[in-house]
Design a protein around this ligand. Structure first.
Ligand SMILES: NC(=O)C1=CN([C@@H]2O[C@H](COP(=O)(O)OP(=O)(O)OC[C@H]3O[C@@H](n4cnc5c(N)ncnc54)[C@H](OP(=O)(O)O)[C@@H]3O)[C@@H](O)[C@H]2O)C=CC1
Ligand SMILES: O=C1O[C@H](COP(=O)(O)O)[C@@H](O)[C@H](O)[C@H]1O
Length: 509
């Protein structure tokens, strides 16, 4: 197990983070569920392995209605902690030690009884650790459907708070989707806001924890290269794309209620857009960054119907949990316009789809043609700067160079920063790992503030209501395809110029 001190980077030192010591209880509510086993517990384990969670300080409680024992829960999550590429005995020893920190409490989400029992278990553990009442830290992670957030928050507030304020705290982490539209989101925000202060609420969007998303501000504001180019004078259009090569797979019931815009675009892609488009914040303080993000969101113009293409993959309705007449889009492309000095006239094209021909997420910034081109380079294609979020994290710049040889011919090539090659052997942390660590440290920089959420829902609510009312219909597309052909037409209408015959191939070692 690595020591946590050795993992701190220089930039951490500049940050206002003061290490805390003392009892830490992490409660995963909805511990029997999909997110908990696939993401939350593995992220906690990775933090433990790296020395960020110390066994003499931390205890982890799973809570859900399902009646299972501590051992049952441990067996459920064990398989998700073991990595195929690490079968070492040290790893399995770490898994066993970590699982001993995990305890399970069963109870409902809306009665005091279960939460009193939970509080009793947490308090007993705190006493065992000789923690002074009020100095301990309690983190509640709601890996639950949003419908139960209000009652769960009420129960935590009534029964499970850190008892007095002696340097300890109580924080809650809530998952997306946070509401279904502006009204429901505001209602949820008010219900939770009556119980907890904003600094106690961590609205998680795991895209904000991805390595290359975290790199965006550094890239933009620590490099002279980009400063003069990042604007309407030079950039023709920006695409932010999410593609998955599988369908809703076992989550059809959930997905049909929400659809691709609420599942991916309103949160993950919009958060990325904010970081691409925002002005330089006054500092790296969370409030300064979030202030700038809100300004971008508030500058987005209403979405026009003619700049939206929706799709639904053929076979989606075969899922027994999806209604036969479902109007839910599994694919959407839309153009957003930001009405400000930097971005007036630059289309931001957001695209997300399930059951497509590939899995990837990327930001593609296409530059305008060179004025007075003497090489006829436009035939080769435009400059593009691509930030590949996943898989194979990379940044590459497509540019025109002289084709090597005696002739004066131009060719499209790239400057390539592929992470696997450049940072060999450096593990890239999972998004959830990083974000959970932030919640423990009390850093809200990578979490969504209430006004940010409101502004995000304001952008999409009119369109979502038209889809919900059946006024806007998704076009069918074949699974494994690029999505409806109309989406590519929209892209070219928005001014994107495709470079034919050029494909970036991630380098292999
Ligand atoms: N799964 C994923 O990949 C992702 C999920 N999320 C979000 O995380 C949260 C949890 O997701 P996920 O784990 O997939 O959800 P699940 O459907 O697996 O639900 C989690 C747990 O909540 C309880 N539960 C389920 N439905 C209800 C209900 N109607 N009323 C009360 N309790 C219920 C169940 O526990 P029990 O019955 O034992 O109490 C279940 O094990 C959601 O908000 C989701 O949108 C976000 C990103 C990705
Ligand atoms: O939030 C969600 O994200 C996942 C995709 O996450 P990624 O980190 O693998 O890109 C998506 O599959 C899911 O539908 C959505 O709820």
């Amino acid at each position: 197990m690595q020591k946590r001190e050795s993992l701190r980077s220089d930039s951490d030192r500049d940050f206002d983070f003061k290490p805390e010591v003392g009892c830490l209880s992490i409660v995963v509510l909805g511990a029997s569920g999909d997110l908990a086993k696939k993401k939350t517990f593995p992220a906690l384990f990775n933090l433990y392995r790296q020395g960020f969670l110390l066994s003499d300080e931390v205890h982890i409680f799973g809570y859900a209605r399902t009646k299972i024992s501590d051992e049952d829960l441990r067996n459920r999550i064990r398989g998700y902690l073991i990595k195929d590429n690490d079968a070492s005995s040290a790893h399995s020893e770490d898994v066993s030690k970590f699982l001993q920190l995990v305890k399970y409490v069963s109870g409902s989400y809306d009665s005091d009884e279960g939460f009193q029992l939970l509080d009793k278990e947490i308090s007993e553990y705190e006493v065992r650790k000789n923690s002074t009442e009020g100095s301990s830290r309690r983190l509640f992670y709601l890996a639950l459907p949003p419908s139960v957030y209000p009652s769960v928050c009420r129960m935590i507030k009534r029964n499970c708070m850190n008892k007095s304020d002696l340097g300890g705290w109580t924080r809650i982490v809530v998952e997306k989707p946070f509401g279904k539209d502006l009204e429901s989101s505001e209602k949820l925000s008010s219900q939770i806001g009556e119980l907890f202060e904003e600094p106690q609420i961590y609205r998680i969007d795991h895209y904000l924890g991805k390595e290359l998303v975290q790199n965006l501000l550094v890239l933009r504001f620590a490099n002279r290269f980009f400063l003069p180019l990042w604007n309407r004078d030079n950039i023709a259009n920006i695409q932010i794309v999410f593609r998955e090569d599988f369908g809703t797979e076992g989550r059809g019931g959930y997905f049909d209620e929400y659809g691709i815009i609420r599942d991916i675009i309103q949160n993950h892609l919009l958060q990325v857009l904010c970081l691409v488009a925002m002005e330089k914040p006054v500092s790296l303080k969370p409030e300064h960054i979030r202030d700038e993000k809100v300004k971008v969101l508030q500058s987005v113009l209403p979405i026009r119907d003619e700049e939206v293409v929706l799709g639904q993959y053929v076979g989606y309705r075969d899922d027994p949990t999806v209604p036969d007449n479902s109007n839910t889009p599994t694919f959407a492309t839309m153009v957003l316009h930001i009405h400000n000095e930097r971005w007036e006239g630059v289309p931001f094209i957001l695209k997300a789809g399930k059951a497509l021909n590939s899995r990837k997420a990327e930001i593609r910034i296409q530059f305008k043609d060179v004025p007075g081109d003497i090489f006829k380079c436009h035939k080769q294609g435009r400059n593009e700067f691509v930030i590949r979020l996943q898989p194979s994290e990379a940044m590459y710049m497509k540019l025109t160079v002289k084709r090597p040889g005696l002739d004066m011919q131009t060719v499209q090539s790239e400057l390539d920063l592929s992470y696997k090659q450049r940072y060999q052997g450096v593990p890239i942390p999972e998004a959830y790992e990083r974000l959970i660590l932030d919640t423990i440290r009390g850093d809200q920089q990578h979490f969504v503030r209430r006004d940010e959420l409101k502004a995000a829902w304001e952008i999409f609510t009119p369109l979502l209501h038209r889809i919900d009312n059946g006024e806007f219909k998704p076009l069918p597309y074949a699974p494994g395809s690029r999505g409806p052909a109309e989406a590519d037409e929209l892209l070219s209408q928005a001014g994107y110029v495709q470079t034919h015959g050029y494909i970036w191939i991630p380098p292999t070692l």
